[in-house]
Each structure stands twice: as C-alpha cells, then as structure tokens.
Write a protein of this length. Structure first.
Length: 240
C-alpha cells in the first residue's frame, strides 16, 4: 500500500485494518502498535471452528476483523446455551482472566488478528486509554445482555425475531455507519440455534420469519440470505 501522512510508520498488517480505528488498537500510540504487531498473527477460521474453550487456559486474545462469533455457556450436565454473538471489530477475550468462562465458536467464516495475552496485559499497564477502551466494550456487552434480558422476558415472539435480525443488520458490516438504511447478510445461526438463543421453538422461528417476509419487512433468499431494505421498519417491529 502506498504510504501517506496517515500511514507512515504504521505496520503493514495494520494499515487497512478496521479494528485499528474502532477497536482496542486505536488506543495505542505508534510505538505500542508496532511492538504489538511483532507478535500478532492474522488468520481465518472456518465456520464451526472452536476459537476459545470453556474452562481452558487462554494464551491469546484477538480482534475480530470480519464474520460472526457465537458465544456459548456449558452447563454442568453438558448442555449448552447460546449467550451472545460478537461482530467486527469486537475484542475476543477477557484480560486478567487465565481461563475462559465461555466457549467462542466461529458462527461464520471469520478473520482474526490475535496476540499473546501477556503482551496485551503489559500494554494495558502502560496505556490507560487501552484499558478504558476494553472497559467500554465490556460495558457495551453488559448493556446488550440487559437488552436481551428484556427481549427474552417481555417481548413477543415477533419482536424477538425482529430484534435478532436487527442486531445482525446493525453490526454485520463494521465499515458501515449508523446512518445506513439497509443491510444484507447471511444468517449466522440455524433456525434451531435461533430458537435456542431466543427461547422459542423452531416452528415459531420459521413462522415469524415467514410473517416478516410476507409483510416485506425482510426478503430471504436460499433460506439463509436476508435482505433488509428499511432498517427503521425492522426496528419498529422489534419494539425499538
């Protein structure tokens, strides 16, 4: 890539990275970014690949550059519950925690930029802005968890499905601004997984998606590709 005043000195790996501006790396100065990049690995993972294991030691953290990650919690009897989704440029991991409390799996093909846990934790001690950015993300995740508590406890089945689709439409493209009016994406979860996530039956999920299609709120192609012409209209159906 051609160098200019905005890219001079920036590691090649980081120049076109969306997470450099919106993710945690945006809090690093040039020297710190260069230092972190020396131990950084950029790689892809196919759908279904386990990225982090529940109750296993965590040696590396990662920025999610593209795709969707599914977070699940394993119960004592082996059952699993989907508890969240992550989108680019979210941060995958929890600093100062040696073991993961969740399983992270690639719900779609994903691209990650990973780095050693010790390297990031060392930079956090040197750079207060980095710790602040991570705290902001975790608080945002907490807010999203509160929103889903409301969705699961108070919203109708129709509103739950619309809320799920709205979450994806608003987050699937890290480069799109909040003012965008439309979106298109592949469903990152199967009908059965959506039902598990929202506390519904598979039949109810299919029925509500069909209803949204019939009312032209969404269009669905090949069973998984969703087109939302008017995000505002979908938000209204979600009760937002």
């Amino acid at each position: 890539m051609r160098e200019d005043i905005h890219t001079t000195g920036i590691p090649v790996l980081c120049v076109s990275c969306e997470a450099r501006h919106r993710g945690i790396c945006g809090a690093l100065n040039l020297d710190q970014l260069v230092a972190l990049s020396k131990s950084t690995k950029r790689h892809k993972a196919e759908t279904g690949k386990e990225l982090v294991s529940d109750s296993r030691s965590v040696e590396r953290f990662a920025n999610l550059l593209s795709g969707v990650v599914k977070l699940t919690k394993t119960l004592s009897d082996g059952r699993q519950q989907i508890v969240g989704l992550q989108f680019a440029p979210d941060f995958l991991g929890r600093p100062f925690q040696s073991e993961s409390s969740l399983t992270a799996e690639a719900a779609t093909e994903v691209e990650l930029c990973s780095f050693p846990r010790q390297a990031l934790e060392r930079l956090m001690k040197e750079q207060p802005d980095l710790e602040h950015r991570l705290l902001e993300q975790k608080l945002r995740e907490l807010d999203q968890a509160h929103d889903w508590m409301v969705a699961l406890g108070r919203k109708t089945a129709a509103e739950k499905i619309a809320s799920f689709l709205l979450m994806i439409a608003r987050n699937i493209d890290p480069g799109a601004g909040p003012e965008r009016r439309s979106a298109a994406f592949e469903l990152p979860l199967s009908r059965a997984e959506i039902a598990d996530f929202l506390g519904l039956t598979v039949e109810t999920v299919s029925r509500q998606i069909t209803r949204l299609r019939g009312e032209n709120v969404i269009h669905v192609e090949n069973n998984r590709h969703v087109i939302v012409d008017d995000i505002g209209r979908l938000a209204a159906r979600a009760g937002d």
